[in-house]
Design a protein. Structure first.
Length: 124
């Protein structure tokens, strides 16, 4: 088994937040080290009465520096702390890589901080 290695960070800006009775959708864009320009939408569905914990589902597409398009579904979980959502999810990137991604979505500032870890890198 290979150890998980920190591969990069990134940042983004929340462009839209949609709220309904069953979920919150966050749309954001930004840049991620080692990948390129990201556009993503995630859906947060609470699993507790206080709406502080739950599941994350979504999709991301990245325009890489070589102009290729990289896509991935994302699945994971979240924890809400005030107006900030901390998400951890896995992805299965269309270029063959597999990653664990941690994001902090601050709804007050509209900022997203991104950190990703490689579990399977095509460079190996």
């Amino acid at each position: 088994m290979t150890s998980i290695q920190t591969k990069g960070t990134g940042s983004g800006t929340i462009s839209l937040v949609e709220v309904d009775t069953s979920e919150i959708r966050i749309h954001f864009e930004g840049k991620v080290d080692g990948f390129g320009r990201i556009f993503s939408t995630i859906r947060l569905r609470a699993t507790d009465p206080k709406r502080e914990l739950g599941s994350v589902e979504g999709n991301a597409c990245i325009f890489a520096p070589d102009h290729s398009l990289i896509t991935s579904p994302v699945r994971g979980s979240f924890r809400r702390v005030g107006d900030t959502f901390h998400t951890t999810h896995t992805d299965a990137v269309s270029d063959g890589r597999m990653n664990i991604v941690r994001q902090v979505h601050n709804l007050a500032t509209k900022e997203v901080d991104i950190q990703w870890f490689s579990t399977f890198d095509t460079d190996s």
